[in-house]
Design a protein around this ligand. Structure first.
Ligand SMILES: [Zn+2]
Length: 219
């Protein structure tokens, strides 16, 4: 879709007349009309205002010309998972799990000064992998090769305790490092999740079903 159609759709969906929209973003009704006819394009400041009013990213307003990915974890970005600044403005560099309220949410990034210090982060990751592998060796599991950044809400499984109580250990809003390994028989997977404070190993069947806690250790 082109910007002219997108603006028209968003305006009518929100129930604004051209006049009403124009007033909200400090332009004339004629300006709105010209955008919708495709004669002109809103300038960058106006795009920012439109983004705020319609609650869509500037990328979406422009017809999604760019394939956006989170610069921290690499997940592909859309208007639902793109991060925002404290004032609600989209930050199209990061996903909402890696960056929120004007800050990196990942302890690792925070500690290492953010994305600029990628090298340091890679070094930390290597340390964590070797620590993890000596632990996996003890509990008789294969080694992991790499750790990925994982949004909490994807890996926060619910475990059933022996007394029937259900429990979750993670925070949906935080980000963790983790990996998945297949059991030798191939009938289940082991999931590993860690951050600076703990290491958790669990097992589960296809699609994360019947999760069981295998190991939990404070670091
Ligand atoms: Zn991310």
């Amino acid at each position: 879709m082109e910007t002219k159609e997108i603006i028209y759709k968003l305006r009518t969906k929100n129930g604004f007349s051209q006049e009403e929209l124009a007033e909200k973003i400090f332009v004339t009704r004629q300006a709105v009309s010209r955008w919708e006819n495709g004669e002109t394009m809103p300038n960058i400041d106006t795009l920012k205002l439109l983004s705020k009013i319609f609650d869509v990213s500037i990328n979406t307003l422009l017809g999604s010309p760019r394939e956006l990915v989170c610069q921290c974890c690499g997940i592909s970005l859309d208007d639902c998972n793109t991060s925002r600044e404290i004032d609600g403005v989209f930050n199209e560099e990061y996903c909402k799990w890696c960056y929120a309220d004007g800050e990196y949410t990942l302890d690792f990034w925070r500690q290492y000064g953010g994305i600029d210090e990628k090298e340091k982060f890679e070094k930390l990751k290597k340390q964590l992998i070797s620590e993890l592998n000596s632990l996996l060796h003890i509990i008789n599991l294969p080694k992991v090769e790499n750790l990925n950044i994982l949004p909490g809400e994807f890996v926060n499984l619910e475990y059933t305790l022996p007394n029937g109580e259900k429990i979750k250990f993670l925070d949906d809003k935080k980000t963790y490092l983790g990996s998945q390994i297949e059991s030798e028989s191939g009938d289940k997977c082991y999931g590993i999740v860690l951050n600076m404070d703990f290491i958790l190993v669990c097992s589960y069947e296809e699609n994360g079903e019947n999760p069981e806690l295998v190991f939990y250790k404070k670091r």
